[in-house]
Design a protein around this ligand. Sequence first.
Ligand code: GLC
Length: 805
Amino acid sequence: MILNTELEYKGDLFPSNIISFTKDVDTLHFYASNGVILQMTIVRDSVFRFRYTTTGIFDEDFSYAITKYASRGYNELEITEDDEKYIVTTAKLVCHIHKADMRKSIYDVNDNTLLSQDELGFHWEESYEFGGDIVKMSKISQDGESYYGLGDKPVHLNLKGKRFENWVTDSYAYGKDTDPIYKAIPFYVGLHHRKAYGIFFDNTFRTYFDFAQERRNITSFWAQGGEMNYYFIYGPEMSAVVENYTDLTGKPHQLPPLWALGYHQCKWSYYPESKVKEIANTFRELKIPCDAIYLDIDYMEGFRCFTWNNEYFPNPKKMVQELADDGFKTIVIIDPGIKIDPEYSIFKEGLENGYFCKRADGPYMKGKVWPGECYFPDFTNPEVREWWSDLFRELIEETGVKGVWNDMNEPAVMEVPGKTFPNDVRHDYDGNHCSHRKAHNIYGMQMARATYQGVKKYSYPKRPFVITRAAYSGTQRYTSSWTGDNVATWEHLWIANVQAQRMSMSGFSFIGSDIGGFAEQPNGELYVRWIQLGVFHPFCRTHSSGDHGDQEPWAFDENVTDIVRKFIEIRYELLPYLYTIFWKYANEGTPMLKSLVLYDQDDTQTHYRTDEFIYGEKILVCPINEPNAKGRRMYIPRGKWYNYWNDTIVSGGKETWVDADIDFMPLFIKEGAIIPKYPVQQYVGEKEIEQVTLEVYYKEGKEKSELYEDAADGYDYIKGRYSLRSFTLVGRKDELIIQQHKSGKFITSYETFKIKLHGLPFKIQKVEVDNEEMVFEEVKMNGDNTLEISKEFTELHIIGENSSK
Ligand code: GLC
């Protein structure tokens, strides 16, 4: 196989026949006669880990991606053999390991579907230049197989027929198909014969994935160093694959503070203080909800991290407090480059303690970023992370900053080939000393981790908020992320949609794009269409570069402002819904955005869809990606859906035209859903919530919905002080029953629900709450199928006039 490496190709080597094996609790070792060892761990009954060594000895088993808990093995393992192969069986899978050549085939234990089959399987090329191996794996692409995942790739959701590289890269104004860009998430999902499995190649070197591009029926992945070390994760549901991957690489360590799910406003840069205040005041004057305002690099003194420009910001603490009094949380940028300046305390400390990265022969890694020549902390050293985390004390504890934005952490270096560190730079890698070839892809992750530790420490007892540009698998444990320096074009609106969905199916749901585009300037129409999409992304922030004009909701015309307000208000109304899906993500790893294929993989029509997605579990969203549109054709997934704007019901499983003039977008609610809503607030916590509206969408049949709430910040929820309400809706021809099951110790501020019934096919004769008939006054039955009841109800029974009950 001819591989796209820069190195001279010297021929592939292969394992020879297996001569013996050993078994302990959850791990098998297969020994080939030429010294290759395959280590196979049964991590779960649906998760295998495969590692290979060509030297007879494995590297220290260390991963930044895998959580300790998840890598703990499974303790039931069954192995048998026949003449040709070993057979390992679990409750979900069967794996054959062929004695002749170590190749593997994996089957579904129930129906023997062949899920994954090695073609050449593991093979390698020795690397003369760097030592070690270029490790490779090739598999047969099954009939009709599709591929998804890989983080932030700005390409069609289905990866089939394409080749990709994972090398975290600063990619200003990248475009459709640019590869690689900011993130390295070497995880993909394969789907064929209605069954989905995932592969996570936990190798931080430059990795490549080929999805039947070089050869039509072969999929392969390889790395420029390190071990062939990968996880095979079985579904068969794609959602289960993603959940298991997220479990392996870690779910967010805590819920975000609720305000972080509000709307954020950013620009490069808002300064001086009067400008920041003017922006904040305008939000309040125009009544456009907003929770956070960002300070980009110009708040610093000569771009020195952890300093303030006193001319622009004479009293940061006072300003941050005044903004806070008006509901704004201040978020500041912190980059990795530390300005070389003997007068600058952070530089001095870093230097004195040996915290900066060095080149192979000893000089410091020197590179140009915003402040000019810089040195860079080695965030792969735990001592450096500790030091770095302490640097946030003043910003967070003293000044009152509420969140930190990590940027340029690929790491980006200006005016040099490759725009990053050279390969020879040395890293601690938590005691597994290595070069930048191995540490590059996790550098940004470790910076975000150190930042997270600091922000968390000093925000306590409140929750931290961090955002990062660079990421490797597992970064979702610490931080949110955005998709980097996009452009104000219609194509980029499409890209933003695909990237957010792809990140979500790659275990990283807390994601959004620079709304409106970072480079260049959108017109009002593009900005509106982008906001419409952005309010349905878990992270929702307008950001733009300074040199292309203004990009606030009022920077266009009044009509734009009004539509933007309308959509941001929808985001704020849906906050309890968004918080509930975040809780599900943090708890179970459930992706917050579901591409249609993730939502309904059995419907092959979904396999090549890109635009439509499910926000959480119940809301179908489809952005308008073109100028002058009065609507669009879109695919409605199977089942019945209510048009959000007019309650008309459509049956899915087909493409349909949907009207959506500039002040609308295609939005549908799954029938049977119960969607919780808060009143519109200008910022989270502006109002005490006195009533929650439950939008109930009638269905003939059964449907479950959930509502999760807690104090919206702090850690009491971990001690059980949360409120989880599970609703079961059962609709029949002449009645509708909603049962509520409550758990948790948190007492919500409101006492009542306002129930809004949509699509009820009968006229109401009477209403019973917990088996007692309520007179209409008591339930405050209104003419428009709206009623108010106590939040404590167990069963709400709505009985139609033709019912015999
Ligand atoms: C990078 C970031 C961008 C930021 C700019 C200045 O380009 O991606 O978001 O505004 O640097 O800090």
